[in-house]
Write a protein that binds this ligand. Structure first.
Ligand code: IFM
Length: 436
């Protein structure tokens, strides 16, 4: 793996640490070989007022498929230091979060030094708190101008994404401990399967919302990664991913770069079950696209059962999470084994969690998932870290604020953070197991 995951105990910053010059970082406490314990988040879901992004527009047009707009979210754009302090106090040694392309490049080719400086401050805050930052380059949201040009359906999109990645690598790279390119690069595939997005009724809703976005921006080819057709965007996304890995590595830092893939345990039942074909359909070209990566980020929430005709919905008596998924924490053992065997790469669990209003089920989920993970590790799978989704109760896309994935409750008016029992539970595990 090129570039060890490093945690800076002391930063030697150029000037005030927020200048346009790349900061100089001394990595005094390398985490080589240490297991990373952290939480995961996404810029759009926690920062608030991401007004220049495609999702903000989709949330606010009529008609929309979003239950409510993201609005102020958790106001983490301003409260990132409080979030990092809480994560560190709880016992974590790493922090996964996204940087927002729509803020950094608000107009094509126009980069905001002030926003880049903002993310330097976020990264510094992590280091100050003893958290190794793992940065997501793109967690679904893109600038409006990019969506208006057809998003990743635009043949020019790989170069446009590469330009953004190069700027980020150059300005922020020296402060990153690890990075990933696309979050859940296969989300378009997953959305079709889990949310039945290909049904005529869903397609009518998607079409109306995307047309409203196009009209609002005067675009004739508005596209969105979650609601769009992967057949039109995936080849460009793979190209963009490959280019962005190289662009990040050419920057000011030396850190491992990965790709995160939504991977659920897939179990075949009955004669002629289609589990293997179903897995291929879900992952598409992305396991192969990890060839340029230093690691694979596995993101697991549940188990999917497949028979000869496809997906079998969970039975009525099966315990389900608030997201409607089967409560099946053991899935994580299966997915890390599968990802490691298919790619031969080290694995980080970059997301795993549960939507629930009953925090005791979150604790049970965490215990079940970690038991499965620890068994996989004992069996030789090279797992290097676990990032729980999520630190905060946050904006869950079309479900708005109704699904609670957080270890910490957030009052959406005062933004007061209140850790739940599960936060202390996982934090204690992280402290106790430390670097195993
Ligand atoms: O909130 C999402 C996240 O943005 C991507 N992975 C799944 C999470 C829970 O649904």
């Amino acid at each position: 793996m090129s570039g060890s995951i490093g945690l800076s105990g002391a930063l030697a910053l150029g000037a005030a640490g927020t200048s346009a010059a790349s900061p100089v970082i001394e990595r005094k406490v390398p985490l080589d070989g240490k297991f990373l314990w952290g939480t995961a988040s996404a810029a759009h879901q926690i920062e608030g007022n991401n007004v220049n992004s495609d999702f903000w527009l989709a949330e606010n047009v009529q008609p929309t498929l979003f239950r409510e707009p993201s609005g102020d979210a958790c106001d983490s754009y301003h409260r990132y230091d409080e979030d990092a302090a809480l994560a560190a106090e709880l016992g974590f040694n790493a922090h996964r979060f996204g940087i927002e392309w729509a803020r950094i490049e608000p107009e094509p080719g126009q980069f905001s030094e002030a926003e880049l400086d903002h993310y330097i401050r976020v990264l510094e805050s992590c280091h100050r708190r003893g958290l190794a930052p793992m940065v997501t380059l793109s967690h679904w949201t893109v600038p409006r101008w990019f969506a208006a040009r057809g998003g990743f359906e635009n043949p020019e999109s790989p170069e446009l994404f590469e330009r953004f990645a190069a700027k980020v690598g150059q300005r922020l790279g020296s402060l990153m401990s690890a990075a990933t390119t696309f979050n859940e690069c296969n989300i378009g595939r997953l959305a079709r399967i889990l949310f039945n997005l290909d049904s005529p009724q869903a397609q009518a809703g998607v079409k109306a919302m995307l047309e409203a976005c196009a009209k609002a921006t005067g675009s004739d080819r508005w596209a969105n990664v979650l609601f769009g057709d992967p057949a039109k965007s995936e080849a460009n996304m793979v190209d963009a991913h490959r280019r962005s890995v190289a662009a990040l590595k050419a920057g000011s830092g030396d850190f491992p770069v990965g790709l995160t893939i939504s991977m659920q345990a897939i179990e075949g039942v009955g004669p002629d079950h289609q589990a293997s074909a179903f897995a291929d359909m879900l992952h598409g070209p992305w396991l192969e696209a990890a060839d340029v990566c230093d690691f694979v980020g596995v993101q697991t929430y549940t188990r999917l059962i497949v028979d000869a005709n496809g997906l079998v919905p969970p039975r009525d008596e099966t315990e389900k999470t608030a997201a409607g998924y089967e409560f099946y924490p053991k899935a994580l053992g299966d997915t890390v084994r599968y990802a490691a065997s298919r790619t031969g790469k080290p694995i980080y669990v970059t997301e795993n969690g549960i939507a629930t209003d009953d925090d005791s089920r979150r604790i049970a989920y965490i215990d079940g998932a970690l038991a499965a993970l620890s068994q996989a590790k004992a069996d030789g799978v090279d797992v290097r870290g676990y990032f729980h989704w999520s630190l905060l109760d946050n904006f869950e896309w079309t479900a708005g604020y109704t699904q609670k994935f957080g270890l910490i409750e957030v009052d959406l008016k005062t933004f007061k953070r209140t850790p739940k029992a599960s936060a202390y539970h996982l934090g204690e595990i992280a402290k106790k197991l430390g670097s195993v």
